[in-house]
Design a protein around this ligand. Structure first.
Ligand code: BTN
Length: 253
């Protein structure tokens, strides 16, 4: 069971706790669509997500009761559809703020919005939008943050507890994280696009470093030089710049 956080203005003030559900993103999207007057900032959270969804059609697995798996309903109708990528930017930055404040060293955002501590993934974000015509009707920011889980089936994954070498309280972590999310969302609402982009690039994983990537069946060396306004990854390959969508390029670790 989670309590309503005390330190935010609207994020988490309406909290829907499900002991178990298939996907908080799917539930939040339904609420967003079917209840037009649902409060902005509503959080749908579960202790046991049985069919968690990740980016690119992947699944998101989380040990029951050990981590944070939740989704936030937002109504960013102030945002032009050409700027949708800023939903990834603000949410990733908020989680970066949170992890840094909790004492994690070497926190990076791996484009578009995976959170890494050193070379291990600690958190994933799934942003899903409801667009009607040319208007953004609602957005759901789904967050899977590994908190107390000790063992993972896949490599290069970690949790806050493994990084800090102690158990942490889920309620306390949720409250701190939601306040960071609200603060960054208010920056977005205030149209502070250039400072959000600047902050994002400052903590971007592999920025300005030479690494291996695979795209369209080809493996090559390249250097990430940023993202464009649409959120595509800019990579310099042999003095030529190319841009990639999320599904088009894979980082070779
Ligand atoms: C990724 O890294 O691929 C994104 C993972 C996002 C997982 C979260 S957990 C809460 C919310 N509900 C879902 O079904 N997915 C997101």
């Amino acid at each position: 069971m989670h309590k309503i956080p005390a330190n935010t203005l609207f994020v988490g003030k309406n909290l829907v706790f499900m002991p178990e559900c298939h996907s908080t993103n799917s539930l939040a999207l339904n609420l967003c669509q079917q209840s037009p007057f649902i409060a902005e900032g509503t959080v749908v959270i579960t202790a046991n997500q049985t069919a968690g969804r990740g980016q690119r059609g992947n699944t998101w697995d989380s040990e029951p009761g050990m981590n944070l798996t939740f989704s936030i309903i937002l109504r960013p109708n102030f945002l032009a559809t050409s700027k949708l990528f800023y939903l990834n930017i603000f949410s990733a930055l908020a989680i970066h703020d949170y992890l840094s404040e909790r004492g994690c060293p070497s926190v990076f955002i791996k484009w578009p919005n995976d959170m890494y501590v050193a070379d291990k993934k600690i958190c994933g974000v799934l942003v899903e939008n409801q667009i009607q015509g040319n208007e953004l009707n609602g957005s759901v920011i789904g967050i899977g943050l590994n908190i107390n889980q000790q063992h993972f089936d896949i490599e290069n994954v970690t949790s806050l507890s493994l990084v800090l070498d102690r158990q942490v309280g889920l309620q306390e972590e949720l409250e701190i994280l939601l306040s960071k999310i609200e603060a960054r969302y208010l920056q977005l609402r205030a149209s502070r696009f250039s400072s959000l982009m600047e902050n994002y690039l400052q903590v971007m994983y592999w920025l300005n470093e030479v690494h291996s990537f695979t795209a369209f069946g080809d493996t090559f060396e390249g250097t990430i030089c940023g993202v464009d306004q649409a959120g595509k990854l800019r990579v310099r390959i042999k003095d030529q710049e190319r841009v990639f969508e999320t599904k088009e390029i894979r980082y070779e670790q």
